[in-house]
Design a protein around this ligand. Structure first.
Ligand code: HEC
Length: 102
């Protein structure tokens, strides 16, 4: 009986615990290189996650970037056309590539 009373009191105390201070989350903008192919990036790569996911990979090979784009389509079902797959891969390799094709 006393256990039930204790649990009830504990649960009730949660109701009284209210956080009154205003919480402000930082807004981080990840700046990507802008060129003619950037539109394809905006069209395909910004509605599920921020560009931070891309920038945090560091400089990578063309194969790596192509595999990432294909993964987004095949695993996460992003509707990326074959044409945009190439444009986005070219864009990523041009600005965030390490010079290696493989
Ligand atoms: C349909 C939603 C969706 C779209 C659109 C999308 N992504 Fe992703 N992406 C994800 C998910 C889900 C993850 C994995 C998140 C995790 O593991 O925490 C991810 C992760 C990533 C990563 C981190 C490494 C990895 O492989 O997990 C990279 C790089 C990336 N995405 C690049 C891209 C690029 C480039 C595009 C545009 C061609 C794109 N994403 C579009 C859903 C998407």
């Amino acid at each position: 009986m006393s256990k039930i009373l204790l649990i009830t009191l504990l649960l009730a105390s949660c109701l009284a615990a209210e956080y009154t201070k205003k919480v402000q989350l930082p807004s981080i903008t990840f700046q990507m290189a802008e060129d003619d192919n950037f539109k394809a990036m905006q069209r395909n790569c910004q509605w599920c996650h921020s560009y931070g996911y891309i920038l945090n990979q560091g400089k990578q090979s063309r194969k790596f970037w192509n595999k990432s784009v294909v993964k987004m389509r095949e695993v996460y079902k992003a509707p990326i056309t074959a044409r945009d797959e190439k444009t986005v891969t070219d864009y990523l390799f041009k600005h965030y590539g390490n010079g290696e094709l493989e």
